[in-house]
Structure formats: C-alpha cells, structure tokens
Design a protein around this ligand. Structure first.
Ligand SMILES: Cc1ncc(COP(=O)(O)O)c(C=O)c1O
Length: 370
C-alpha cells in the first residue's frame, strides 16, 4: 500500500546536508554583512566561529583551527601541498574521495615513497599496516561507501609521521581522538547542514612544527600558504583569513554551532545521528531486499548510510526518481562512482521521525519497480 504521509522534511542529501530543524535564514545574525571581514566586528565573528568549533568539538587548546578557502577539498589540498614530501607517506583509501587524495599525491605531487592501501566499496583496508615513521592520509568517513574507521587505535601515540585526516562527514557525528590526528579537515556543508565554500583546517603542534621546519620543493599558491618567512601565519587561526570569506556563510555556520549547543553539545549530536542510523538498521533487519554496503557493522557510517538493493541499476534509478517525484526523498542515489544503491544521510540535522516516515515509502517504491 502507498503510505499516507511523506517525511516532513524530504532532504536526505549527503552534502549539502539538511538544514537544522527550525532553521530560518531570516534569523541569522547578519550584522557583518556589507562590512569588511577585517573590521574588528568581522574578525571577532570569524574568531567566534573558530572558538565555538573548538569548544563543541573538544579540540585541545594547543591545536590551531583555521577557516580556509575552497571547502574541505581546499583544506585537504592545502595540507597535502604544504606538508607532504618530507618523508614517505601511507595512503589509505576505500572510496571515491580517498582515491582522489591518492591521485593528488601520485599524479599531481608525484611523490616518491608512497604506499597505497586500498579496499573496495563496502570494505576498509587493513589499518594496522600504517607505519608510524611515515605520514598518513586517510578519510575518517568514506562518504560514498558509508564505511568509516572504527577508532584511532591503529595510530601510534609516538608516531614520527603526521596523520592527515579528511573528516568532513565525520566531525559532529563521530568521536574524534584529537591526539591521534595532526591535521583534520572538514567543510560546513556536511554534518551541520551549513553552506559550501569554506573549509576548516585543524593543526596539532606537531603539524605546526613541520610547517615551520620544512619547505616543499614545489611552489605554493597564496591560497595554500600557511607560513611566512618560515613562521606560521598565526592570524589565519585567529580570524584573519587568507582571502575574503562569505560572512553570510559564517553567520550560517555560527547558527548551526549554537543549535548544537542547544541540543546538548557534541555527545547529543552523535547520539542523535546514531539513533537515526538505528531507524535504518531496524528497517534493513526486517527486509531481505536491502542491505548495508558496509559489511562490518563496526565500520558502518552513522552519517552517509549506503544501502545495496536486490535490483538492477536501472530499477534503482527508477525507484529514486519515484521517491523524488512523490516529494518523499531527495538526493538519495548512491554517489556517481559508487556501486548502485541508496545513500541516506543520518547526521543530526535529520530528524528520526522523518526517517521513520521514509522507510515505508522505500518499501512501497521497491515493490513498484521490482
Ligand atoms: C569524504 C569527503 N571528502 C571531500 C569531500 C569534498 O568536499 P567539499 O566539496 O566540501 O570540498 C567530500 C564531499 O562530499 C567528502 O564526502
């Protein structure tokens, strides 16, 4: 039977993700608009975004947090171009974005001493192979396969290399062990449903020491430069951005951070995301035509939940189109490079009632096309 009620919010995209419940663009604090981002008001607002990020994500006080251009990709590439090449690098990848970082390293930076550990969609490579004498590149949550690392236990505390982690679909949804991470990046458009365009880069003291002691052999565009005269540009980490940010996006990010506070902070955000995943887990347990792409539950993402269906790829497309045309679910197709299936965002800006309302529609749509 066709279900009666659609989800109140049909936005289940894995980026940009759903806006927070109760979001109202008219309620953003917009006193910075039309002003210089380098005015005391502009800089204070950027600093507020940085310090709220630190507080909510429980980032150590000696780690630097910067707002940088070009979203998560900008933050990751800035880190790789600025830091890599000093020692061999181990690259762990298991889906499209991790594979993209490997391409950067091998085909663009053309580094020597690269060891690639990769796994197919749905699996993780053996993380214990990481050699702590080397640098390490990895993605905390593979957004396009729904596979995340279970923890940071495979990273030695006394490593000599730097760990550089793309955590864009993990922060605010998964616990991050900061002591294991030397560079962490994310963008606002993901877990908190913010806007695209800006990235966050988080540096450990060890990453800063590398920046100040090592100069890459290649030229760095201004947009990637974190040091001047061999010293860290501290201003970047205090609200003096490299170039002009969108203060509208900053206001939107601060609104999302304040919402996390009102929810009860990071732990509440993580718990909400996990209970969202539980709605889909219950549904999958009750239907034999749908399964998680992530074979091991310990590595199953609680944000970008990827599902395989016992349907041909063309039928999956039909099902996605049907749900879209019914106004029930938007943007839930698997990523273009990933195996055919569904990808349903379960971060904290999604309400579990909306997932409860969605699942009977999945069943209905499946039977329409099967
Ligand atoms: C794991 C991962 N890395 C990088 C990106 C690229 O992010 P952005 O478009 O914010 O640069 C994405 C976007 O979906 C992602 O999921």
């Amino acid at each position: 039977m066709k279900p009666l009620y659609p989800p109140a919010n049909p936005n289940f995209s894995s980026g940009p993700c759903a806006k927070r419940p109760g979001y109202d663009v008219a309620k953003l604090k917009l006193d910075t608009l039309g002003r210089s981002h380098r005015s005391s008001l502009g800089k204070a607002t950027l600093k507020e975004a940085i310090e709220l990020t630190r507080e909510i994500l429980q980032i150590p006080s000696d780690y630097r947090i910067g707002i940088v251009p070009a979203s998560d990709t900008g933050a990751m590439e800035m880190a790789m171009w600025s830091l890599l090449g000093e020692r061999p690098v181990d690259v762990f990848s298991w889906e499209s974005f991790g594979a993209g970082w490997l391409t950067d390293i091998t085909k663009q930076l053309k580094l020597d001493g690269v060891t690639s550990y990769s796994a197919d969609y749905g699996q993780l490579p053996e993380l214990s192979q990481y050699n702590g004498a080397n640098d390490c590149i990895f993605t905390w949550n593979g957004t396009t396969s729904g596979v995340c690392v279970p923890d940071g236990e495979w990273i030695a505390d006394d490593r000599e290399g730097l760990t550089i982690c793309d955590a864009t679909s993990a922060v605010f949804a998964m616990a991050m062990p900061w002591q294991k991470l030397d560079v962490t990046t994310f963008s606002w458009q993901k877990v908190l449903g913010g806007e695209g365009g800006h990235g966050i880069i988080i540096l450990s003291p060890k990453a800063v020491a590398r920046l100040e002691s090592y100069t890459p052999a290649w030229p760095l565009p201004k947009i990637f430069r974190l040091t001047k005269g061999g010293k860290l540009i501290e201003g970047i980490f205090e609200g003096a951005t490299i170039n002009t940010p969108s203060m509208l996006c900053v206001a939107d990010y601060i609104d999302a951070l304040r919402w996390v506070e009102s929810l009860g902070g990071l732990e509440a955000c993580i718990a909400k995301s996990k209970s969202n995943l539980a709605v889909l887990e219950n549904f999958v347990a009750q239907h034999d035509w749908i399964d998680f792409l992530a074979s091991d539950a310990a590595c199953r993402s609680n944000t970008s939940v990827c599902l395989s269906l016992s349907l041909e790829a063309a039928q999956v497309k039909q099902m996605i189109k049907l749900l879209d045309s019914e106004g029930v679910a938007y943007d839930i197709g698997a990523y273009r490079d990933a195996p055919s299936g569904l990808r349903i965002w379960c971060g904290a800006t999604v309400e579990s009632q909306d997932l409860e309302a969605l699942v009977p529609w999945l069943n209905w749509a499946y039977h329409q096309v099967a």
